[in-house]
Design a protein around this ligand. Structure first.
Ligand code: CMP
Length: 414
């Protein structure tokens, strides 16, 4: 009785994790949750921004307050649910529940989530609406990063290129310093107020190198103008450097993430090799590209299934109790749970960096109806793999129960 309740709770936790973290792909409810959260983030940011205009605040004050109340309530529930369901997150899959929750709480996205609700609680506890809280309320803007692959790509780029960016920042600072010092030397006598010290001259140097040039401080001596001309030219070079680093890395990241699904990639899969040109063109419309680094968990045992995967490049390990089975280019996985309408029967992990072609359950259904031979082949391979599966001592437990039993033993471990 107690065990049945615990199992129900674990299934609920897994479902909640899926609804919040699947990105709305392949499931209607998850799609609705995803869109509702994004809409709420946008509405609450709009409310904070327009509330700063006193005429708007006087007219729509109650509406802004209502939006804020709903947003804080929804984001608080979201945070609590994410915290609770953290053990089901692929990143924390190998941790104990408490460890997984703490790891979640320390992650950047969880800190952003907390920042989104903190101002409301702080203003209740402190009893005052501090200005700084306004900036914190806008921090919820960064919640959008979780829902946008594009923003995530930029964050990844900034992270991977941090050394190059830091180096160009240091060089930039050096140029500002030298230009300010040169200007201090040549202009100090002519303009003792504006160039009274190197830090004061740095204000001029930063404006000039950044090509802003407010014009509040300008050189008046010939030597000062020569220094200024050098600073302007250096400015172009110095600013071009970080822009170039980020732009190149961003283009590479986008290409890596959403590589183009090519004809040869699809035709290379033995399953599709017998198809004629129109059927290959048909399946290409349904396939989505996904790139993952080595070690990433693609499919997690016990999770609900929404797609199957074809390996366009790289290798994966299907982690079976008997030992890992390696699948490579042209092979597929994730079909058993789709065909049997059960949860995933095994973990599948990237053994090398991989490029996958993802086919959603609904599209698989449509495609195999149009190409029954492909359907039969997938069914035959799924049957032979499933046959390989029974474990001694598993008796007649269904997959979900086996999985619950695994999780229960992980959670019970000290
Ligand atoms: P699915 O159950 O959806 O998710 C895990 C996948 O691992 C499964 O589909 C199969 O595609 C794959 N798999 C399971 N057992 C085997 C096996 N014995 N050999 C190769 N692949 C397997």
């Amino acid at each position: 009785m107690k065990e049945a309740r615990a199992q129900r709770l674990r299934r609920l936790r897994r479902r909640i994790h899926f609804l919040l973290d699947s990105g709305g792909v392949g499931d209607r409810t998850a799609g609705i949750v995803h869109s509702a959260l994004v809409t709420l983030v946008i509405l609450s940011i709009a409310a904070v921004v327009f509330e700063s205009d006193s005429a708007m605040a006087a007219r729509f004050g109650p509406l802004f307050a209502a939006v804020e109340c709903i947003a804080v309530a929804a984001f608080s529930i979201e945070y609590a649910l994410r915290f609770w369901s953290a053990p089901d997150h692929t990143l924390f899959a190998e941790m104990r529940p408490l460890q997984a929750r703490l790891a979640f709480a320390a992650s950047t996205s969880a800190i952003v989530d907390l920042a989104a609700i903190l101002p409301a609680f702080l203003s209740v506890f402190l009893g005052a609406d501090l200005r700084i809280l306004l900036i914190l309320r806008l921090a919820r803007f960064f919640k959008l990063a979780r829902y946008s692959p594009g923003i995530r790509s930029i964050v990844t780029v900034l992270e991977t290129e941090r050394r190059a960016l830091f180096a160009s920042g240091v060089v930039l600072f050096g140029v500002v310093l030298f230009m300010a010092a040169a200007m201090y030397v040549v202009e100090r006598d002519a303009q003792p107020e504006a160039f009274r010290s190197i830090p004061a001259a740095m204000w001029w140097a930063i404006q000039t190198i950044a090509t802003v040039g407010y014009g509040d401080v300008t050189p008046i001596t010939p030597a000062g103008r020569i220094v200024a001309a050098v600073a302007m030219v250096m400015g172009f070079v110095m600013l071009g450097l970080p822009v170039g680093i980020v732009a190149t890395a961003f283009a590479e990241e986008i290409h890596r993430r959403d590589f183009v699904v090519t004809w040869s990639m699809v035709a290379k899969a033995p399953l599709f090799s017998a198809l004629d040109a129109s059927a290959i063109a048909d399946i290409m419309r349904y396939l989505r590209a996904q790139s993952l680094p080595a070690g990433a968990l693609v499919v997690r045992r016990g999770e609900p299934a929404h797609s199957m995967y074809f390996i366009a490049a790289g290798e994966v390990d299907v982690e079976l109790p008997e030992g890992p089975v390696r699948l490579g280019e042209g092979q597929f996985f994730g079909e058993i749970a789709l065909l049997r309408k059960t949860s995933r029967s095994a973990n599948v992990r990237a053994a090398t960096p991989i490029k996958l072609l993802v086919l959603d359950a609904y599209d698989l259904h449509i495609f195999t109806q149009r190409n029954p031979e492909v359907g039969r082949q997938i069914e035959a391979i799924a049957a032979s793999r499933a046959e390989f599966r029974p474990r001694p001592g598993d008796g007649d437990l269904i997959e979900a129960e086996i999985d619950d039993r695994d999780i229960a033993s992980r959670e019970a471990a000290p």
